[in-house]
Write a protein that binds this ligand. Sequence first.
Ligand code: FES
Ligand code: FES
Length: 178
Amino acid sequence: MSRRIAPVLAERSDDPRRAINLTVNGEAVTRDVSTRLLLSDFLRHDLRLTGTHVGCEHGVCGCCTVLIDGHSARSCLTLAVQADGSAIRTIESVAADDGTLHPVQRAFKECHALQCGFCTPGFVMSIVSHFEEAGTLDLSEDGVREMLSGNLCRCTGYQNIVAAVRRAAELMGRGGKG
Ligand code: FES
Ligand code: FES
């Protein structure tokens, strides 16, 4: 017999609701949402931005990483109402409008840094955020692995993801120590 497991923060019809105004990938969004709604569910279900993946739903795997006001954040640990007034960027915003891949995406492709791809949007968003926020990049083996430490991958063994970070730095003209 199958058993249906309800999401921890599933919406209920009697939940209090609140209006939120935010920017998602450069577009203004206004919605009335349950105060229990997770940002990850808001992005995926309300806005249909399904590139943000959900793995563990408790802050461990990093699949749900998005940028909130330029900083990487786990959207499964953020309520939609907490993002009120913020600028959100998801994986859908990373490539150019004409489809040209972001250098981090291009590096993942060149270095075969994905297999099933489930973890990839989260890795890309974490790396993009790190590249945008860090002054000098630490491209040593330890430095890159530290950069990737908030994201889990069950397929690749990480070595090609490390290579992709270095290749992305090269493509972006971002030298660094290491
Ligand atoms: S789904 Fe958010 S950290 Fe795993
Ligand atoms: S490529 Fe499958 S989990 Fe990372």
